[in-house]
Design a protein around this ligand. Structure first.
Ligand SMILES: [Zn+2]
Length: 137
């Protein structure tokens, strides 16, 4: 059983509507549950929050993301040891995930949320903000 994590996100006012839509779309796929929406503040919980957090950090870099744990809020840790699968593609053409014959489902280690950076589980290539923006927008 994975632990449910809770987050409080303060979005810039202009970014709030699109991020809210984006999080709502993740409800089923990534077990994201929006618990509160008040103005430009959103609270959500999830057992696998990395994709939602990456998406917020990529699409709305000035947002403030905090984790709520035991009634306390803290900055989202730099190291976020979670794997995300099948969402982003690896930019390394020689990567096993890019092979046309027996493609392997892309899998990435989340290196950091802010700035957004992930690393291919198979070839080790880092996928940074610019590539994430084009893939997650
Ligand atoms: Zn790769």
């Amino acid at each position: 059983m994975q632990e449910t994590k809770r987050f409080v996100v303060k979005l810039p006012p202009e970014g709030a509507p699109s991020i809210r839509r984006s999080l709502n779309a993740l409800t089923n796929v990534h077990s994201v549950k929006i618990e509160l929406e008040k103005g430009d503040v959103i609270e959500f919980s999830s057992t696998s929050p990395s994709y939602a957090l990456l998406k917020i950090a990529v699409l709305s870099p000035t947002s403030v993301i905090r984790e709520r744990k035991n009634g306390m809020e803290r900055e989202v840790p730099d190291i976020f040891p979670e794997l995300i699968e099948g969402i982003v593609t690896c930019s390394n053409k020689n990567c096993i995930t890019a092979q046309p014959k027996e493609p392997t489902k892309p899998k990435f280690k989340v290196v950091s949320i802010k700035p957004p950076k992930i690393q291919c589980f198979y070839c080790g290539r880092y996928i940074e903000q610019a590539s994430l923006i084009s893939q997650l927008s």
